[in-house]
Design a protein. Structure first.
Length: 299
């Protein structure tokens, strides 16, 4: 498989590493000396300055800054091969809808938390009603600052939690309410509520929290299932019992999510099923974030 990689920044270098580990030949588009150095160190097959200069490809992975996604995807989709784009699809709902309409069957979004073994276990608990009827989902994703210069923490963090909700419930909830802390046009903290037909999801994302936290909690009639952190390899289930609470730990070993989602894309290029997040779902996530941000502007 020859898989082009557009962008080799601090995250793109990890994508390059895993594509090479999966046996792919990876030509890289790198526009800065630092990106070129990372591409060389990571084993790029060749390094070029633009998408048009890439050789014949089986697929493309886009890992450029969020603000450039729409323009880069327009170029990448011109290669007429499947394209895997880092989340979010864009930071512009209209552009996201246009891209999803242009390539509904060959544009996919890299939502790595949909491949996390702990999230998949919580999804199974919900779908199999192991703890009875599901009430809702609480996700927390907070820390200090952001590694992205072109997008605020809400654009960077929220796609993860909306995709987790999509994996567990099979659909996105409707944005119902939100509050945020703003610094000019940047949202640095947001708490929001989404509603499904018979479930709810609350999200908290922030670049203004002293400690880094990543939690997923599923609330059900018969108990609560908790993934306590991104590196956890178990889900803890809590149930009421006479005299207190019963705690059960379910082990969830498996591949690291980035490698798992890239494996899914490579297998799709070989004729397998598509990755978990379609272009339509990616566009819906972008619209949902825009709606939450708008709700948070209402004083």
């Amino acid at each position: 498989m020859v898989v082009g990689l557009v962008g080799c920044g601090n995250w793109g270098r990890h994508i390059l590493r895993d594509l090479v580990a999966l046996g792919c030949e990876v030509p890289v588009v790198a526009r800065s000396p630092a990106s070129s150095d990372r591409a060389k160190e990571g084993g790029a097959a060749t390094i070029v300055a633009d998408v048009d200069s890439l050789p014949l490809l089986n697929g493309v992975v886009v890992a450029t800054p969020t603000s450039t996604h729409a323009a880069v995807l327009d170029e990448a989709l011109g290669r007429d091969v499947p394209v895997f784009c880092e989340k979010p699809l864009t930071d512009d709902p209209a552009a996201a809808e246009r891209l999803a309409a242009r390539a509904p069957d060959r544009l996919f979004v890299m939502d790595k938390w949909r491949y996390h073994p702990g999230v998949l276990e919580i999804a199974a608990i919900a779908q199999e009603s192991r703890l009875g009827a599901v009430s809702g989902l609480k996700t927390v994703r907070v820390g200090w600052g952001s590694s992205h210069d072109d997008a605020d923490p809400v654009w960077v963090l929220t796609p993860h939690d909306l995709s987790i909700g999509c994996e567990i419930f099979g659909a996105l909830g409707r944005a119902e309410s939100a509050v945020a802390q703003w610094q000019g046009e940047d949202a640095v903290h947001l708490s929001g509520v989404l509603r499904g037909p018979d479930w709810w999801q609350t999200i908290e994302v922030s670049g203004r929290a002293a400690e880094s936290t990543r939690t997923v909690e599923l609330y059900c009639e018969g108990g609560v299932a908790v993934l306590g952190g991104g590196w956890d390899e178990h889900v803890t289930v809590y149930r009421d019992a006479p005299g207190g609470v019963v705690e059960e730990q379910i082990e969830t070993p498996g591949e690291l999510p980035l490698l798992a989602e890239l494996r899914a894309f490579v297998e799709h290029l070989k004729g397998g099923p598509p990755p978990r997040s379609s272009a339509a779902e990616g566009a819906a996530v972008v619209s949902s974030i825009a709606e939450l941000r708008e709700l948070a502007r209402i004083r």
